[in-house]
Design a binder for this molecule. Structure first.
Ligand code: ADP
Ligand code: MG
Length: 695
């Protein structure tokens, strides 16, 4: 339960003075619906009103405060779209105050002819004359003192003025409770950070642009609070998983030996190392929580299989969880011959397992007659019970949240070892925000015999040459991916583009062309993929739905249209679909001209390297962290106050801090622990608090 002291912060905005339904609706469009949301909506800059020039010398585009006399009103002619003008002047010259669809009565009352007024707003030149549209302030000389010299600037939306936003924020600041300090006093002192309440107020009251810098004391403190909540929550969940002491899983190695003998290749050094780390974790009686990070094609699946075999050798069961039906099926198909070679019973459970078949599978699972289960989210369902689940492997885990991890862990009789695999080369800092202080094994070595991918950037204008090149590749038996771009934020439009491209390619290559996109049903997608794998189609036109992790080693050519519209990580993921076999692969990045600076830099990086980790680091540099992976779909946490690209050092500090806190006070029961509980609730990490004994 959220502590009472935080109630005012989680109340709806309409409870604040001066915020009515309309304003609330506007604010909601910015994602601001509760008091706390407004507090986290920090200014993006400041308006300085101290520039007080004469009218004649007021600079175009500047925010200026002018003292003028009102000369005459020039009402808008009826019907037209022309504005209402009020002509004003000082001794140096004239300026027009311009109003669009503003109530005449209001204008007349505010700006009576002959009166002196202090106006403040943005000066713009129009047809050689200075004007000011909708001044921010219109004051009589007596009220001049009420003009603020600096004001915070907030992100706004249509219909919401800066003034209304500022008033709303002021209202929210009124409700700031005095919260117990959760940060270590020594840390505050060392960093020169203010207390929480002071920090929130200061963050909303910048007096210069410098105060809106993310590393200023107020903002840094708030960012740190958010990062600490994130790290502490992850640490608590991890602690809870580890706390469930369990048995040591030691495989005798017989099943493994059989599978190794059946593999057509030897493990890479990185695979051997990762497996040794996993074995050591499973042997210890702490529950394993390990991230297996390996670039696309680095061979994570086989490592997972060998780990799962240990579980089976020790008499238990293992499950592998994939984010989509296609991936689950692909894993199942890959593992099947190997499982057969080892005499291990393997089953598949997805959303499409229904009726009798599902019942039988569940019964077999509960009876311990299935050793390895591959599946999708369907594994989370309540009636899925294992006889003895000891290891859960989660593939492409960034799409699953902490809750789901806990749910899966709950399906074991005892503690469940967790191996989380991700192909997304998440930079160290981002991995930390998503997984906390997890043990990490990296597959940083590609299976040998893979030729590097020849990556080229070609302007879209040379499309015909590319099509001709594709024709030559097809003639020599290649399989080709053709990825169509995201044109706009509309699945329908994107689909139309892909359909048009498929049709154009069919004109040239006939029935060899297939099309896959997000609108297809699961079974239809699978049928298209199966045709591509089997070679019944040899060009696969795709919207960006090509599944992460899909493995078609025969595919050696990838064309990406409008590559400039993709992020680096996405380009890298897409390109990873080729270069999986021994044949030389090619990736053509078609780009629309002219290229922007960032797009140019991205294409350069992707041409220069296939190293996913380097690409991820470059990506982090080129864009904000929040954007790197398309945070929302990646399942990485989104931060409101912290920006990983600039607060990376704070993140590392928060990680250490969280570790120390858990070591000293694992139940957050002491005084600082109690304050930290408030922090967790403040940042809505309620699930983590619930792992505590008296949470
Ligand atoms: P990912 O890490 O992207 O999940 P996969 O596990 O799908 O990669 O492996 C990609 C391909 O590499 C598969 O076809 C797999 O059989 C093959 N592979 C895995 N390990 C090796 C190895 N040590 N040597 C050669 N090929 C390997
Ligand atoms: Mg994979």
């Amino acid at each position: 339960m959220r502590p009472e002291i935080l109630y005012p912060l989680f109340g709806s905005l309409t409870a604040l003075k001066g915020i009515g339904g309309r304003t609330a609706a506007h604010l909601a469009r910015l994602g601001l619906s509760r008091v706390v949301d407004l507090l986290w909506h920090l200014p993006t800059g400041v308006i300085d009103r101290s520039y007080r020039p004469n009218v004649a010398v007021a600079a175009d585009g500047a925010i200026a405060t002018l003292t003028v006399r009102i000369l005459e009103h020039l009402p808008a002619p009826p019907g037209g779209r022309r504005p209402y003008r009020v002509r004003a002047s000082d001794d140096s010259g004239e300026i027009d105050l311009v109003f669009f669809s503003t109530h005449r009565g209001y204008i007349a009352e505010m700006l009576p002819v002959g009166a002196t007024r202090i106006i403040s707003g943005k000066v713009e030149y129009f047809q050689g004359r200075p004007q000011m549209s909708h001044p921010d302030y219109i004051l009589s000389p007596e009220a001049a003192a009420s003009l603020p010299t600096v004001e915070p600037v907030y992100g706004l939306t249509a219909g919401l003025s800066g003034r209304v936003m500022r008033r709303a924020v002021e209202g929210a600041l009124h409700h700031l409770p005095a919260l117990p300090e959760w940060l270590d006093p020594a840390l505050l002192q060392r960093q020169g950070w203010p207390g929480w309440q002071t920090a929130v107020k200061a963050a909303h009251a910048p007096i210069s642009e410098a105060d809106t810098e993310p590393l200023g004391p107020a903002r840094a403190r708030l960012a740190y609070d958010e990062l600490l909540a994130n790290q502490l929550a992850l640490a608590l969940v991890r602690e809870r998983m580890k706390r469930r002491k369990g048995r040591a899983i030691v495989g005798a190695g017989a099943l493994r030996a059989k599978v190794m003998a059946a593999l057509p290749f030897a493990l890479t050094g990185a695979q051997v190392r990762a497996l040794a780390e996993i074995d050591a974790d499973m042997k210890s009686d702490d529950a394993m929580l390990r991230l297996l990070q390996g670039d696309v094609g680095s061979g994570k699946t086989v490592v997972a299989l060998l780990a799962m075999l240990s579980a089976v050798e020790a008499g238990g069961q293992a499950a592998m969880l994939a984010p989509t039906e296609i991936l689950a099926r692909q894993h199942y198909d890959t593992l099947k011959p190997l499982a057969e070679a080892a005499g291990v019973r393997l089953a598949l459970l997805t959303g499409r397992s229904k009726g009798k078949a599902r019942e039988l599978a569940l019964a077999a699972l509960a009876a311990g007659e299935i050793d390895l289960l591959v599946g999708t989210h369907a594994l989370f369902e309540a009636d899925v019970a294992f006889a003895d689940l000891v290891l859960a492997v989660i593939d492409e885990q960034h799409r699953f949240g902490v809750h789901q991890r806990l749910r899966l862990a709950g399906k074991g009789q005892g503690p469940v070892d967790m191996l989380v695999m991700t192909a997304t080369p998440i930079p160290r800092t981002l991995a930390l925000t998503a997984y906390g202080d997890m043990d990490v094994s990296r597959l940083d070595e590609k299976p040998s015999g893979r030729a590097p991918i020849d990556t080229r950037a070609v302007p879209q204008a040379r499309l015909e040459e590319v099509v001709a090149g594709v024709g030559r590749a097809l003639a020599s038996g290649a399989r080709v991916y053709w990825v169509c771009p995201l044109i706009e934020d509309s699945a329908a439009v994107d689909l139309a583009a892909a359909e048009a491209r498929a049709a154009a390619l069919r004109d040239v290559f006939g029935a060899a062309v297939g099309l896959i996109h997000g609108r297809l049903k699961g079974a239809e997608k699978e049928a298209v993929m199966a045709d591509f794998v089997a070679g019944r189609i040899s060009i696969l036109v795709a919207t960006t739905v090509i599944e992460v992790g899909v493995d078609v080693p025969q595919a050696t050519v990838m064309v990406i249209e409008h590559a400039e519209r993709f992020g680096l990580a996405q380009l890298h993921q897409l390109r990873g679909r080729v270069g999986r076999g021994v044949d030389k692969s090619t990736c053509i990045l078609l780009y629309g001209s002219p290229l922007g600076e960032t797009a140019r830099a991205r294409l350069k990086v992707i041409r220069e390297t296939e190293d996913g980790f380097r690409i991820a680091e470059e990506d982090l540099k080129l864009r904000g962290a929040g954007e790197v992976l398309g945070t929302r779909q990646s399942g990485l946490p989104e931060f409101r106050l912290a920006d990983i690209a600039v607060h990376g050092d704070l993140l590392a500090m928060a990680r250490d801090d969280a570790r120390l806190i858990i070591a000293k006070d694992p139940e957050l029961a002491q005084a600082r622990g109690q304050a930290l509980r408030v922090l967790l609730y403040l940042f809505e990490r309620d699930a983590a608090v619930k792992t505590l004994r008296s949470g």
